[in-house]
Design a protein around this ligand. Structure first.
Ligand code: ACM
Length: 433
């Protein structure tokens, strides 16, 4: 197979200066490379505080920024992977687009959001895909996905020869870790990082540059410096990424034993314990638009869940429900209207990796009675009036809450939302609906 050239563009996007950033990307885009990778959020800059703050700079995949880059791709007869803030169905995603001379080929939405991105972007919930561009099979992942080896593995198993990796790296580990990602998957990776500082007035971040192209043998073929704008280019041979032999007798994919790896794909590896399940009530609080109240855990930012809690001795389920809601969302018992009670008790187990959690020392998991609840007119959840278990509240559609719930509760939530689907729709009698 003929060798081909790929590139990473490293630069400093200016926060909110979308048109100027796209101008610079087009100016940096080198000729003669089948694929050029640009940084994460290259069109908008990185640090935003909320979805509303970035919304004005976010664009759909058919918006002006990608349209301009498609024109450039046509002029160069080349492909690019571009990090951008994507507006889609009212949500904002941290996305990467694969664009070519004829348009957008695919959009990947970042699955593993980093730190404060959790309060800005909706998490992507589509699996990793691979596309043939100019004879090279390319898959995308974004920045912090590097810390989840499953992402690169999934791409390699789907046939990626090169992982295009738009990044805005702040931790010091990724450039070295990507050597291992490449070695363990026998793929190329092109990590296009940004440089410079960014501040939103409250927080400042310094980005680490050192964009790089790594081979399936873990060699750095090209690397930029830590601070300056740069274009790094490398010659690659896709057939090298097809060859999964680490030694003549070790084909690393043929030697895999997937049936021993079920812990990677099962929803949960449960605590193996003889302990009982704790009786508990969970509240699906719905608003007039059919959305569900989710609380963000104070101890686990980015993890959203239903209000819930154990039933105290001598308490009825309904008493426990009203008490828990008063404590956790700060709405008084009389302001709560119970709309439905499930006939089932749904259980979930605690995962083995949480075995030292206090509650897991006593219980195997939770056995939950789900209630559907409405708040009386004027009653609002309030962190200030609550016991502080939650640090924020949001009203989410069922599928959004499922996307942001912790993995070991998801099946129980999905079953409960499905049981009460008829109540999770806009209320036709409501003024708001
Ligand atoms: C990152 O995921 N931008 C660190």
């Amino acid at each position: 197979m003929p060798e081909m050239r790929v590139a990473c563009v490293q630069f400093q996007p200016l926060r909110t200066a979308v048109t100027a950033n796209v101008d610079r990307m087009i100016a940096f885009w080198p000729d003669g490379c089948v694929l050029t990778v640009f940084p994460e959020l290259a069109t908008t800059g990185y640090l935003f505080l909320s979805p509303d703050e970035i919304r004005v700079y976010a664009e759909p995949a058919d918006g002006p920024s990608l349209s301009r880059l498609i024109q450039a791709a046509a002029a160069k007869n080349a492909y690019a992977v571009v990090g951008f803030a994507e507006a889609k169905n009212g949500r904002i995603y941290n996305s990467a687009a694969l664009v070519g001379p004829h348009g957008v080929i695919d959009v990947y939405r970042k699955v593993h959001l980093f730190d404060r991105e959790l309060s800005v972007f909706s998490p992507g919930r589509e699996a990793w895909r691979v596309h043939d561009v100019g004879g090279l099979r390319v898959g995308m992942m974004i920045c912090f996905d590097w810390l989840f080896p499953e992402a690169a593995r999934a791409l390699a198993l789907a046939g990626a020869e090169l992982i295009a990796h738009p990044s805005n790296l702040v931790l010091p580990y990724c450039q070295d870790a990507m050597i291992t990602r490449c070695l363990e998957n026998r793929v190329y990776a092109a990590t296009a990082n940004r440089v410079g500082e960014e501040t939103d007035g409250e927080t400042s971040l310094h980005f680490t540059g050192k964009s790089q192209i790594v081979s399936p043998k873990g060699e750095r073929l090209a690397q930029a410096g830590a601070e300056e704008d740069a274009v790094v280019v490398a010659e690659i041979d896709p057939s090298l990424a097809y060859d999964k032999r680490a030694t003549p007798s070790n084909h690393i994919f043929a030697q895999r034993v997937p049936h021993l790896y079920h812990a990677l794909t099962d929803d949960i590896v449960p605590l193996r314990s003889e302990k009982p399940y704790r009786l508990n009530v969970a509240a699906i609080v719905v608003d007039r638009l059919g959305r569900i109240l989710a609380g963000e855990r104070s101890d686990l930012p980015g993890v959203w869940q239903l209000p819930q809690g154990g039933i105290d001795p001598g308490e009825s389920e309904e008493e426990a429900l009203r008490r828990e809601l008063a404590e956790e969302i700060g709405v008084a018992a009389e302001e709560i209207e119970i709309v439905a009670r499930s006939n089932e008790v749904r259980t979930y187990s605690f995962p083995a990796y949480l075995r030292r959690m206090r509650i897991a020392q006593e219980w195997s998991g939770q056995a939950q009675r789900y209630f559907v609840v409405r708040l009386k007119k004027g009653a609002e959840p309030a962190v200030e009036a609550s016991d502080g278990e939650f640090c924020a509240f949001r009203w989410l559609a069922a599928e959004e809450l499922l996307a942001q719930a912790v993995h070991f509760k998801r099946a129980a939530y999905a079953a409960a939302f499905s049981e009460f689907a008829h109540l999770l729709r806009p209320d036709p009698l409501s003024d708001d609906a």
